[in-house]
Design a binder for this molecule. Structure first.
Ligand code: PHE
Ligand code: ZN
Ligand code: ZN
Ligand code: ZN
Length: 297
């Protein structure tokens, strides 16, 4: 096979600087026809009809790990789980997404380390969320049915301190999950949602529902039928006038204007939102540490 000028596959399409599809391409230098102009920062890099040399590097395989910590309760067969993804995108440090959820969960775990609760508490810091929920999916898929049965519920914390935040709770009452074939939201999820909402009500903070979209680590748990909910303060979506009237902040800006960018630094946190949600993450864990009856009957 000639790996040089005429690759043994469809010609690569160069439409703009980012639309080159290299999946399945062998590592080599390729001369490829430029079909559309390509631009970087408004400067034309290549013209249609010209040829571009593309250097495809070997792909890499890496091992990544979830971090799981468990506090044994009196009952080892009733496990209350909470998780936050520990990875970030490569474009930035990922402090709101998801240093916020990771740090808040770590605080809760440390604060509870000397308890001997009724139920067993399991904390998860997921790997590879940004590559497609890899860590949480592998974890759930790797559990035998008897182990899945021991998990009473799952709580997800991904982006809980957004700079232009609103307080949101995953909504168990949406009829189905938009994942394969409209899987129903597991019964019992509403009781987790209720704990979050009663806390916000008790401290006088407004909240809204948000849909399970399949964009975070709760997905595998819902697909496995485990009651789930979680907190979220918003990503790339734009805050409306109505939302700004309720929560403050800036209408017309994203909830997190630095979402998946280099500017997702420590300055990209709303410390009030992070503080409220850190308390709530601990409150929910402590509530279910003593009983999951509202969820599992
Ligand atoms: N999971 C998304 C991310 O890490 C963030 C997100 C969470 C978006 C929940 C929508 C809903 O980038
Ligand atoms: Zn992200
Ligand atoms: Zn995230
Ligand atoms: Zn709700």
């Amino acid at each position: 096979m000639n790996q040089g000028n005429s690759p043994d596959r469809e010609p690569l399409f160069i439409g703009d600087a980012t639309s080159l599809d290299l999946e399945g391409t062998q590592p080599a230098d390729y001369d490829v026809p430029v079909v559309g102009a390509s631009f970087a920062d408004g400067v034309a890099l290549s013209q249609p009809g010209s040829t571009a040399r593309v250097n495809v590097l070997p792909s890499e395989t890496r091992t990544d790990r979830n971090v799981i910590a468990e506090l044994p309760g009196k009952n080892r067969d009733n496990v209350v789980m909470a998780g936050a993804h520990l990875d970030s995108v490569i474009e930035g440090p990922g402090i709101n997404d998801n240093g916020s959820g990771s740090a808040a969960l770590l605080e809760t775990a440390l604060a509870m380390a000397n308890l001997r609760p009724e139920n067993t508490l399991r904390f998860a810091w997921w790997a590879g969320e940004e590559q497609g929920l890899l860590g949480s999916a592998a974890y759930v898929e790797g559990l035998p049915a008897a182990e899945l049965d021991r998990i009473a519920l799952y709580m997800n914390y991904d982006m809980v301190g957004s700079p232009n935040h609103i307080f949101m709770v995953y909504d168990a009452d949406q009829s189905t999950f938009p994942a394969p074939e409209g899987v129903p939201i597991p019964e019992g999820s509403t009781a987790i949602e209720d704990v979050y909402e009663s806390f916000y009500t008790a401290i006088g903070q407004p909240y809204d529902d948000t849909e399970f979209s399949g964009r975070s680590d709760y997905e595998a748990f819902i697909l496995a039928g485990i009651p789930s909910s979680g907190l979220f303060t918003g990503a790339e979506e734009i805050k409306t006038e109505e939302q700004a009237a309720i929560w403050g902040g800036t209408a017309g800006d994203a909830f997190d204007p630095c979402y998946h960018q280099a500017c997702d630094t420590i300055a990209n946190l709303d410390l009030f939102a992070l503080d409220v949600n850190s308390d709530l993450i601990a409150f929910a864990m402590l509530t279910f540490a003593y009983s999951t009856e509202s969820v599992n009957g």
